[in-house]
Design a protein around this ligand. Structure first.
Ligand code: DSN
Length: 439
């Protein structure tokens, strides 16, 4: 029986979410629209199978076909990224990074050096609240005053702290990463370099962002961001990594299974294989190029409206707006924009003095709207709407006390949902998104 008959409540919610995704501008930089082919592979009988182990070395029978699926995914990843080893089983990015640490670090002894969460690193790059920060020693680095990576400071810190893993690759950094310099720093202190390219993987494949493969030892990417696949992740080992540690691939595989996970999600593996195939060739290259063009066009228009952009702009898929100069809190702005049909996320900015739940900025990006075919012309319109929407809430006085903030946000949400000007923008957004159907 189909879903709408078996479970009308869930079926209805899915339909509503589909409508929401269609009508708004999805501008959270880690989000995208997976293709129909990817979703088709996800919703198949492959979800029924258990296949602990790796191709041709399984603990369960009946895996001949699953082996072929996983081998295809592995081979496509190796070919696309030009690496000698790929593990396609991690359930998502956080388990994948955790598996790398589990493979290589002694708990409570060895150090992970990653960009601080407050400066655009990920939770799993050593944040104290995450398993990466609780089970391992951590050495956080920060950005320079200009919002850019400060390689001299990173080198100095690495030399004094001697981490075993250095992580580069970020969730809220709008500029290119000098993987070569990171590789030199890691080599100089005998550390592994883990490049977490989750956000920018599509840009690397498209050739519009530097390639970490010659410089990193291990590369981790999620598969659902600029790669446009299903939720999931891939851990790759480079030639360089194998030279540094000939057992690196084996250690990573063992850490994923049986170290951290049980059976891989075979439907997810098949969908990853589909996404990797779709990322080969010219159309995907053009997609990556357009993401960056859109991001830069948007950044330049936002600059024109007086927004203060962290790192002074963007050369990837994302923009981090520091709203302190506008006197608007990030959580307030994010809600106002949502009412206006523009979906972004509140985000800390470098040297933020506000807590993560009420940060001073918003993060937005172009991967999903570029998938819909929008170009520079549309970015100008979007920048204008963002500016108008934030102007609507610029006189909201944000309380300093925690309790008062909770109360304020409740009232604010109700007020803002009735704001006529925001609703007018949402209608204009709907008119625009109508012209750019989700492929
Ligand atoms: N949650 C992702 C992001 O939004 O950047 C990272 O895992």
């Amino acid at each position: 029986m189909n879903l709408s008959k078996t479970d009308p409540q869930i079926a209805k919610l899915i339909k509503l979410e589909e409508k929401r995704q269609t009508e708004v501008l999805e501008m959270i930089p880690s989000e995208n629209y997976a293709s129909r082919a990817v979703m088709e592979a996800l919703g198949t009988v492959l979800t029924n199978k258990y296949s602990e182990g790796y191709p041709k070395k399984r603990y369960y029978q009946g895996n001949k076909i699953i082996d072929e699926v996983e081998i295809l995914a592995i081979e496509r990843a190796k070919k696309l990224f030009k690496v000698p080893h790929a593990n396609v089983q991690p359930y998502s990015g956080s388990p994948a990074n955790t598996a790398v640490y589990f493979a290589l670090l002694a708990p409570l002894k060895d150090k992970i050096m990653g960009l601080s969460l407050a400066f655009g690193g990920h939770l799993t790059h050593g944040a104290p609240v995450s398993i990466s920060g609780k089970y391992f020693k951590t050495v956080p680095y920060e950005l320079g005053k200009d919002g850019w990576l400060d390689y001299d400071a990173i080198e100095k810190l690495a030399k004094s702290q001697k981490p075993k893993i250095i992580v580069c690759g970020f969730t809220a950094y709008p500029r290119k990463i000098d993987f070569k310099r990171f590789g030199q720093i890691a080599d100089s202190v005998g550390a592994y370099l883990l490049a977490d390219i989750s956000h920018i993987t599509g840009l690397i494949i498209a050739g519009v962002h530097p390639d970490p493969v010659p410089y990193a030892d291990i590369i981790m990417t999620t598969t659902h961001k600029t790669l446009r696949g299903p939720r999931g992740a891939i851990i790759m080992v480079t030639e360089k990594g194998l030279k540094k540690d000939p057992e690196l691939a084996e250690k990573i595989d063992k850490a994923v299974f049986p170290g951290l996970q049980g059976g891989p999600h075979d439907n997810q593996t098949a969908a990853i294989a589909v996404a990797l195939r779709q990322a080969q060739g010219k159309p995907f290259k053009r997609y990556g190029e357009q993401i960056v063009k859109n991001s830069q066009a948007l950044a330049s228009s936002l600059n024109g409206f007086g927004f203060d952009l962290s790192g002074s702009g963007s050369d990837n898929h994302l923009i981090l707006i520091d709203l302190r100069t506008k006197g608007v809190n990030g959580s307030v702005a994010a809600i106002a924009l949502e009412v206006a049909g523009i979906v972004v996320n509140k985000n800390g900015v470098p040297f933020d003095t506000m807590p993560p739940f009420y940060p001073s900025g918003i993060r937005l990006g172009t991967p999903a709207i570029t998938t819909r075919g929008m170009k520079e012309k549309e970015m100008k319109k979007i920048a204008k709407w963002i500016s108008l929407a934030i102007d609507e809430v610029k006189n909201e006085r944000f309380p300093t006390e925690k309790e008062a903030r909770i109360q304020f946000m409740k009232g604010f949400r109700i007020r803002v949902e009735h704001n006529k000007n925001l609703k007018k923008i949402a209608q204009e957004v709907k008119n625009l998104t109508n012209k750019f159907p989700i492929p």
